[in-house]
Design a binder for this molecule. Structure first.
Ligand code: PEP
Ligand code: MG
Length: 886
């Protein structure tokens, strides 16, 4: 089994085996770029080590062979006392896990080779002893778990003795003394001397990198980033090059374009006379990369040439790490670089212009989550606003408001019309009301899957979590940060995308991308590069996609907005929203009707109102299909809550008032009270139980369509029956509806389809039968998830999903992204059996999943005709439907 690859043996596509860093070092080596020679130990070796607890057979011999050939190539032997080869041992998993795993530099140094290193460096003792103390420090900390602070203290002590704060003021003798101190620390904590044998150092360092895969922080990071736990890390053994050999040496990082905005140009930082870890530790300040041109023009020009070459080769933004050793440039790492959402679009557009990629590839390079980010309003930060803290951008958006520390206070102030930001150490299910009332949520603890983060994302509410610089004192109603004390009522601003926290109110500006979708920017005359790129990629997505995109809208205004955003019809018009407000009273009359007459009167009063609603919507969606769902929720939702009513009646009786009407209402509410209303008298069951209710709605829909047609418009209604579980239910409703439609439509030319939701598991499993009576199916994946999992959609998300996410039982709430294996299987069965029974059966989805990027791909793959989602998510669904099709 081959466990070790020379850099020249690998390539960029072997990330599974060689990790990202190893694969890209191999790629650069094969491009002929100056990469320090080395080899990569595979992720398979790591996995074998982690499962058996020891190095797999053959690994040691292969390392030996590759080390020998490295020594031959370099003309030096590892740790040779006279002229040592030194190596770095670096982790590198398939997915980048910045700072999560271990690296050991300068392996091969010991009491004798430190002298040889000095000679190699032209008698530079200081450099040699500094390198040695770094090895003991890094090796001690990462390989032998010696507490890092002990080394830090010894270093501080050495500087104090010298009367300086700067590492560079320590001379060779000071550093030699520090090496002694470090060795003592090492011996004290490990019970052994610092290993002098170079090969032993190497083997222990490799083992430590293997083991760092399972370090607590790495495990946590993987869980948060949804990186599988069983990939293992590769280990790169690379010959050392030194950026700390003097002013003609240095180290830096660079991007081939601006990862923030996507703009072309030179972006990077450089630090002369330093090693990479100094840059990361921020010990000294870096200079902009452009200044390297003055310091070392040859290396600078070479670097720019290499960066251009890498971009052309990878056809994408690359980030790199490099070192200059006495005027010689070395490439230590490259990879396709991370970028902001805006940069992703801009760069994809630029690369098309440059002929490096085509539009399909550009579409592939962006995603719906990025587009959604670009649609949130942003803070306008060109004023003097500096963040006072930075946490995790847990739920995007920009929110300003008065600070409150309790849920109760949030509710109170919000009721007075104030914008509030709820600040907590962490939230728990009791904070739900406060979270609903708040404009934004800020916590000092917890990551992307904390309670606050999960619930806020579910609500679409701005949230910054884990801002650990904040010292929150709930009893005192204050928090302190960066020397400021903030009390209840003080105004702060939080950015849920960047995680930044500001004092005071930062002005908010609307998203240009939304303005573009709204149609207020002319796409042909846009000079904003972001909007231009979005326009171009969206146009391509629309041409590529097979899935249609409709919207969930209940009002003319929503319908109009969604249409501007590109909706191709309404996939769900929930009629229950039309029964609220002033109309509640009419519904009450219907529910309380004591006889047929009263009921008919109540329905007759509702009919014209419903008809007017539908006319408005049909007009906005002129020429496009509109799926109207017959009333779904349990009727008591239209009545006052039981407790409130009972109290009112009692109080009124006390006062001796006439309460006959209220008493009747109370009796009705008592009669209708359900323990599990979601599983009670709702949906089609209502239609079958309350005579005339569905009939009134069907009549209103048909009359509205005819009215619009008579005015020269074109209405395409699709009547949808909710909560059907058996074909007999649908057949009963259908028979009545068809009669009414025939009577109303006459010869007007209007066509009305009748179909059903598939949202009860039994409906999915008997879809073949149900299709006999349905002209279309629309999957109600909210209820299908609720009933498929047995999770009450109103109760579970805040109550325990955070724990499920933490435990990895699922990676994302199944109400947010379709559970492809379980609930998705029901969709697949119903689609197949429905179409087998009725070829050409129209299939769509109208649950929340219709606007979720991953779910859109699933629905494409299952062969649905359309997805339907809230107006704001229509562009996201269009983009993802395009991506799914290429
Ligand atoms: C559904 O269940 O997915 C659906 C769209 O209906 P509602 O959310 O109104 O129950
Ligand atoms: Mg439903």
């Amino acid at each position: 089994h081959k466990y070790v690859y020379d850099f020249a043996e690998g390539n960029k596509d072997l990330k599974d085996l060689l990790g990202g860093k190893g694969a890209n070092l191999a790629e650069m080596t094969n491009l002929g770029l100056p990469v320090p020679p080395g080899f990569t130990i595979t992720t398979e070796a790591c996995k074998a080590y982690l499962t058996t607890g020891r190095e797999p057979d053959g690994l040691a011999g292969q390392i030996e062979a590759h080390l020998e050939s490295l020594e031959r190539e370099m003309g030096r032997r590892l740790g040779d006392p006279d002229d040592p080869l030194l190596v770095s041992v670096r982790s590198g998993a398939k997915f980048s896990m910045p700072g999560m795993m271990e690296t050991v530099l300068n392996v091969g140094l010991n009491d004798r080779s430190v002298v040889g290193l000095s000679a190699q460096a032209g008698g530079n003792d200081r450099f040699a002893w500094d390198s040695y103390r770094r090895l003991i420090q890094m090796f001690g900390k990462t390989v032998c778990e010696v507490p890092g602070e002990e080394f830090e203290h010894a270093l501080d002590e050495a500087k104090r003795a010298k009367g300086t704060k700067n590492d560079l003021d320590l001379d060779a003798d000071d550093l030699r003394g520090l090496v002694d101190a470090y060795k003592q620390i090492f011996a004290k904590h490990t019970g052994r001397e610092f290993p002098q044998e170079p090969r032993e150092q190497l083997d222990l360092a490799i083992r430590a990198v293997f083991e760092s895969w399972n370090a607590e922080r790495a495990v946590l990071y993987r869980r948060q980033e949804r990186i599988p736990a069983d990939l293992g890390t590769a280990v790169n053994v690379v010959s050392m090059v030194f950026g700390n050999l003097g002013p003609d040496s240095g180290t830096g990082v660079a991007f081939t374009r601006d990862p923030g905005s996507g703009a072309q140009g030179i972006y990077g930082d450089y630090l002369a006379n330093a090693q990479g870890e100094d840059v990361v530790a921020g010990i000294r300040n870096t200079v902009p990369l452009q200044e390297l041109e003055q310091l070392d023009k040859t290396s600078y020009d070479q670097l720019l040439g290499i960066m251009a070459r890498l971009e052309e080769h990878y056809k994408d933004l690359c980030d790199i790490e490099f070192t200059i050793e006495r005027g010689k440039l070395w490439m230590l790492q490259t990879r396709v670089g991370k970028r902001t959402a805006a940069a992703a679009f801009v760069i994809a557009g630029q690369l098309v212009d440059e002929g490096l990629i085509d539009l399909d590839e550009a579409l592939h390079r962006v995603n719906g989550a990025q587009l959604a980010q670009l649609m949130f309003p942003r803070f306008q930060l060109d004023h003097d606003f500096q963040p006072v803290a930075k946490g995790i951008g847990a739920s995007p958006g920009a929110a300003s408001g008065k600070v409150v520390f309790t849920s109760a206070r949030a509710v109170e102030l919000a009721a007075e019309g104030e914008s509030v930001i709820l600040v907590r150490r962490e939230t728990n299910p009791d904070d739900l009301n406060g979270m609903i009332a708040a404009k934004g949520i800020l916590t000092s603890r917890g990551g992307k899957t904390s309670h606050a983060a999960v619930v806020a994302r579910g609500m679409g509410k701005t949230c910054v979590s884990g801002a650990d610089e904040l010292e929150v004192n709930v009893p005192a109603k204050t928090f302190t940060v960066a020397g400021h004390t903030v009390g209840e009522g003080d105004v702060i601003s939080i950015d849920g995308t960047t995680g930044k926290v500001y004092l005071g109110e930062v002005p908010v500006m609307p998203s240009e991308v939304v303005q573009y979708f709204e149609g207020s920017l002319d796409p042909e005359h846009i000079d904003n590069p972001l909007v231009r790129a979005v326009h171009r990629i969206m146009t391509h997505a629309d041409a590529a996609r097979r899935l249609r995109v409709r919207t969930n809208a209940d009002t003319g205004a929503d319908a109009a907005r969604a249409r501007r955003f590109g909706a191709e019809g309404i996939g769900l018009c929930r009629t229950e929203h039309m029964f609220l407000g002033d109309r509640r009273e009419l519904v009450e009359r219907l529910i309380l009707a004591s006889g047929e007459r009263e009921r008919e009167d109540a329905l007759a009063a509702l009919l014209p109102l419903q008809r007017a609603d539908f006319i408005e919507i049909f007009r906005e969606m002129d020429g496009l299909p509109v799926t109207v769902r017959l009333i779904d929720p349990p009727l008591h939702e239209f009545l006052p809550p039981l407790e409130q009513l009972a109290v009112n009646v009692a109080v009124a009786q006390e006062r001796g008032e006439d309460v006959a009407k209220e008493e009747a209402l109370l009796a009705a509410v008592r009669r209708m009270h359900e323990e599990n209303p979601m599983l009670g008298l709702r949906g089609v069951r209502l239609g079958l139980v309350i005579p005339g209710l569905f009939a009134m709605q069907v009549r209103a829909i048909a009359e509205a369509a005819v009215a619009v047609a008579r005015d020269g418009g074109s209405a395409c209604p699709e009547i949808m029956v909710p909560l059907v579980g058996a074909v007999q239910e649908l057949e009963t409703v259908r028979a009545e509806a068809e009669k009414i439609i025939a009577e109303v439509v006459g010869d007007s030319g209007v066509e009305v389809l009748i179909g059903t939701m598939i949202e009860v598991p039994r409906a999915a499993l008997t879809a073949g039968q149900i299709a006999e009576a349905a002209e279309f199916f629309s999957f109600g994946t909210n209820d299908l998830t609720q009933m498929g999992w047995g999770f009450s959609r109103d109760d579970v998300e805040g109550a325990f999903f955070w724990r499920y996410l933490e435990l990895g039982i699922f990676g994302i709430s199944p109400f947010e992204s379709i559970d492809a294996d379980g609930v998705g299987r029901l969709v697949r069965i119903a689609a197949e059996e429905g179409r087998a029974a009725r070829p050409g059966l129209k299939l769509g989805v109208c649950g929340e999943h219709g606007g979720d990027p991953d779910s859109v791909h699933f629905f494409h793959e299952v062969g649905l005709d359309y997805v339907s989602c809230s107006p704001f998510r229509v562009p996201v669904a269009r983009l993802e439907a395009g991506r799914a099709a290429i």
